[in-house]
Design a binder for this molecule. Sequence first.
Ligand code: LLP
Length: 427
Amino acid sequence: HPQLTSDVQCGLMLEGVPLSAIADEVGTPCWVMSAGTLRVRAQRLLGAMTQAGLSVAPHFAVKANDHVAVLRILSETGFGADVVSGGELRRARNAGIPASRIVFSGVGKTDAELRLALAEGIAQVNVESAEELEILSALASACNREMTVLLRVNPDVDAGTHAKITTGVAENKFGVPYDEALALYRRASELPGLRPAGYAMHIGSQILSAKPFREAYARLATLVKATRAAGYPVSALDCGGGLGICYRDEGEGSPDAWAGAIRAELGGLDVRLAIEPGRWIAAPAGVLLSTVVLRKVVTGGVPFIILDAAMNDLLRPSLYDAWHGIVPLSPRDAVADVETVAVVGPVCESGDTFAPARVLPRLERGARVAVLDTGAYGAVMSSTYNSRTLAAQVLVDGERWSVIRPRQNVETLWADEVVPEWIKQTA
Ligand code: LLP
């Protein structure tokens, strides 16, 4: 983490800002994003594609981090947006991303969402089923518009990642079966309102080796050749996202190896190429700051370090057993001796555990920690379970920092709730 440094005096710093200063002023739990890291990683990814001699249209997977400021920073580095809902589409437009740089993925787009895509005139819809193809054609015809369509193919390649984030094996709900893709492409070219341009693919997330990418792209290339041989033009391919990061000691997915896989398998096909990365860019750009509520000692077990952050803030450890680094914010927050502890949140679920057994410097009540690599699939997956308000969000850029989302006010949790008159009357 080149932008995350440890200073003897200031403790943990993100770019030029001591994280303890942010925790003092904003309180915890609090998400902090580094604008510099977002820019560096976005450019690193683009650089790898250019180095490989590829011209690739980049779309940031908005689901990874949908904050308007994040989208704006990435759009300035040249990224468009890969959206999966009408909400994300409107957000991306609101962040200033032109419709011509927005692609729409997802297995269950509603009619209203498809109409929005048509009205906005976005770049392309990645269609995931025969049914969606017919629906989109009818909706486009009804409003006298045409939509560029890429068929999302399920290549049946195992990305070798966690079962809950694998998307490209046959039993997953995503994409159309590989063997049916050509017939469906033919159908798309007969339907009014559609401009079939090629194929899309996304095999999963947190992929660390180039091998599954290569396998999937090889299958894609075969499909392109078969499609052209059948007399249908193919002008575009969307290579998806999925490049992984190093959370612990697994090593980081290499943008160069990814670019190499794209070039090796798809480089000679004379098509417009696109990618949809999320995690690789945003995850290492963010940390979650939290305070130790108390250190609970039990006989016959490891001590519990109970944080003021919980699974409603960061769900990944509970949902995927994900490992995130946890480090004290300042040298003051940790005395020298280390111990094995269970780091947990205060929510009423045993699953509300950040780390079941972690070796950490002894953390007393009031000590503050940063949970690392939480810039992707962090704040976006938060809920208000247990009537816990959404945590504050901060953006750091060099020496500057600002609150980019104030901590949610507790009253807003029930502000829209209505008690019917007839309930009041019975009372
Ligand atoms: N494109 C499509 C069609 C996707 O479904 C996804 C992620 C991406 C791109 C971006 O993938 P990335 O580059 O971020 O790996 N919540 C999970 C991750 C779910 C990913 C879903 N799809 C987690 O926290 O690990």
